[in-house]
Ligand binder design. Structure first.
Ligand code: LMR
Length: 351
């Protein structure tokens, strides 16, 4: 009986407490803590930006700068994920990945667009741009605008051009100062017919190879040499496999910054403005800083004695230029009169 009374009292107290004070829902009932990361998650815009060079190069640094400007100015609403060194896509598949929307931004060397858009070869012509200012004029003027407009055919948005620097030739066979030095030498090139013709004119043979395969192909002696900027030669350790570098300044390596067109159109007007302003600020930054970055890498290679550096005399440079005349004749048919005239007018300003 006592036991029955005790159990009844226990049950009654339980029911009474539950009814009076409510079930203990304190944890669930407490307002959820505000988590701004979670709240924005659905609205967050992610830009995957893939490129093939090292971080510590003009393009690598420009991509990072662009990413932080966009992130900061959009208060984190736009996140730019930068994938360097070809870790996500390499230079053979990044353009297709961009078009398919697997990534939203890339910045390939302009030479890498020449097979798809032959007119782009105008930028690869040897000794096309006598000064950095001439490069800027080409990118920002009629030449650049015409080339960027071409991209609409592919539903790709050409945002701007970014700067690296003048290409220099390297070799492990002999110093390259006169055209005859190129005889029976095999070079890695980017996939651009004009670059191929340039080396043919010098008497060399070529293989079109991806940037990230250059080191290994030098290592196994499949190629004897290549052309690139000091920042790319140093950051990819190409100098380890090359004995000689000639400061030839014969071609300019620059980039076109591309965005997936559908992605661009989907951005709100406010986000488009943020992206455009960040791009333009980064373009100005990389135009100024790419020069000093390449100079610093060249000084570093000289200091380390890692590669024997040669400079062309003005007579040697003249000889190179004469050798390249047939390359121009060939290009005129591909590039078309309008762009060639623009280029010649630009060159005249520096004569
Ligand atoms: C190369 O392929 O040599 C360069 O275009 C790499 C780069 O993007 O600078």
């Amino acid at each position: 009986m006592k036991t029955f009374a005790a159990i009844s009292l226990f049950i009654f107290t339980g029911i009474f407490t539950a009814l009076f004070f409510g079930f203990d829902l304190s944890e669930a009932a407490e307002p959820l803590e505000y988590d701004d990361e979670q709240e924005g998650l659905e609205d967050e815009v992610v830009i995957k930006f893939s490129h093939v060079v090292a971080e510590n190069t003009p393009k690598g640094k420009a991509a990072r700068k662009f990413a932080s400007l966009v992130q900061e100015r959009s208060n984190g609403e736009i996140k730019v994920e930068v994938y360097s060194n070809g870790t996500l896509y390499n230079d053979q598949n990044e353009y297709t990945a961009l078009k398919n929307g697997h990534i939203q931004m890339i910045a390939p060397a302009t030479s890498k667009l020449t097979e798809r858009f032959p007119k782009w070869q105008v930028l690869d012509l040897p000794y096309a741009f006598p000064t950095y200012e001439a490069v800027r004029q080409a990118y920002e003027g009629e030449i650049g605008t015409t080339l960027l407009n071409d991209l609409e055919e592919d539903d790709v948005k050409g945002m701007t051009f970014w700067y690296n620097g003048y290409k220099q030739v390297t070799s492990n066979k002999q110093p390259l100062t006169v055209p005859a030095d190129f005889n029976r030498t095999h070079f890695r090139i980017m996939p651009s017919p004009v670059i191929e013709s340039q080396f043919q004119a010098l008497g060399a043979s070529t293989s079109k190879l991806p940037f990230n395969k250059t080191y290994t192909n030098l290592e196994v002696d499949f190629i004897d040499g290549q052309e690139n900027t000091p920042s790319n030669v140093y950051s990819k350790k190409l100098f380890e496999k090359q004995k000689y570098m000639t400061i030839s300044n014969h071609g300019y390596l620059g980039y076109v910054v591309l965005m997936n067109q559908a992605f661009w159109k989907d951005l709100s007007e406010e986000h488009q403005t943020i992206v455009l302003e960040a791009i333009s600020e980064t373009t100005n930054w990389v135009r100024r800083h790419s020069i000093e970055m390449n100079d610093a890498y060249l000084r570093q290679m000289k200091r380390e004695d890692s590669i024997e550096v040669h400079y062309l005399t003005s007579e040697q440079k003249e000889l190179w230029k004469q050798t390249f005349e047939p390359v121009y004749e060939e290009a005129e048919h591909i590039v078309g009169n309008r762009l060639m005239e623009e280029l010649y007018e630009l060159q005249e300003q520096y004569e």
